[in-house]
Ligand binder design. Structure first.
Ligand code: F6P
Length: 281
């Protein structure tokens, strides 16, 4: 696994450089040299694919940017699914974005997950890994990722990050969100899954929800590229991660790489509140 984590670290550094130095004039030929520019999410995807292609233990990769998985080393062990630059439109307004990885032993199914990692590109470059029962936090300083504290979620937090368009929420979901605010929870929602979940994780707990809505009954967030890795990280940190039927996200099948699911991730207390509001026994 070490070479895989090393490749993730190299990619994080290279993507960070690209975010800082590329001009954001996407499209035909608007940079000074007249070269065709690539959007940052495509560029990030290429960087990650290049780094993983150097690691013989990586059998195949699936990117949120591509329709199909790609075999790199048929004899390798790990299958890696990733979202190269989640929330990339937030770069235009200088908010944090991130990269999300799920590392599998065997097929891309939640039950085969061995490790999950996300990288936050914010005022600082940070990384969180869940592996072998521990969630570890790293900050990039002086050219390398330095390990910080181990992360554990509290039983109950203070933050509420409710996704989805409110006019399309179901009444029971509205009740859940309003109930948490009535208990004193604070609204923290940037529209970037990585920074929103990072904040809840580092500040001890709360609830991130992206429900099924009247216009999108299966939610918006993709199982393979967004939901499974965070579910793995939250559960490893002592929290909970369920869908709108109260099933563990980590027990859901994945029939299509781009399949979505409603999701609720948080500390145990808030996920219990979700069960109550949704009438789940
Ligand atoms: O899937 C991309 C994404 O930007 C996530 O990072 C984020 O949680 C979600 O979409 C935000 O969606 P919305 O704009 O509907 O709240």
């Amino acid at each position: 696994m070490k070479p895989v984590f090393d490749a993730i670290e190299h990619s994080a550094h290279r993507i960070s450089e690209a975010i800082t130095n590329e001009d954001l004039c996407y499209g035909d030929s608007c940079n000074a040299t007249g070269d065709m520019q690539l959007k940052l999410d495509i560029q990030s995807d290429l960087i990650i694919a290049e780094e993983f292609s150097k690691i013989t233990a990586v059998k195949a990769i699936a990117s949120e940017e591509k329709e199909e998985a790609e075999t790199l080393h048929p004899e390798g062990r790990f299958m890696i699914a990733y979202d190269p630059l989640d929330g990339s439109s937030l770069i235009d307004v200088d908010l944090s974005v991130g990269t999300i990885y799920g590392i599998y032993d065997g097929e891309f199914q939640a039950k085969n997950m061995l490790a999950a990692v996300y990288v936050v590109h914010g005022p600082r470059l940070e990384m969180v890994t869940a592996y072998k029962g521990g969630v570890r936090h790293y900050i990039f300083r002086h050219g390398r990722f330095m390990e910080q504290e181990t992360i554990r979620l509290g039983e109950k937090g203070k933050l509420n990050a409710p996704g989805g368009t409110q006019m399309h929420w179901y009444p029971h979901h509205k009740k859940l969100i309003e109930g948490l605010f009535a208990e004193g929870y604070r609204l923290r929602y940037s529209g970037g899954m990585v920074p929103d979940l990072h904040q809840i994780l580092l500040k001890g707990g709360g609830l991130f929800s992206y429900p099924g809505t009247t216009d999108k009954p299966n939610g918006k967030l993709r199982k393979l590229f967004e939901v499974f890795p965070f579910a793995y990280i939250y559960e490893t940190a002592g929290g909970a991660a369920v869908d709108d039927k109260g099933r563990r996200l980590m027990e859901l099948p994945c029939d299509d790489p781009h399949e979505t699911t409603p999701c609720f991730l948080g500390s145990k207390y808030e996920v219990e509140k979700m069960r109550e509001a949704y009438g789940i026994g």
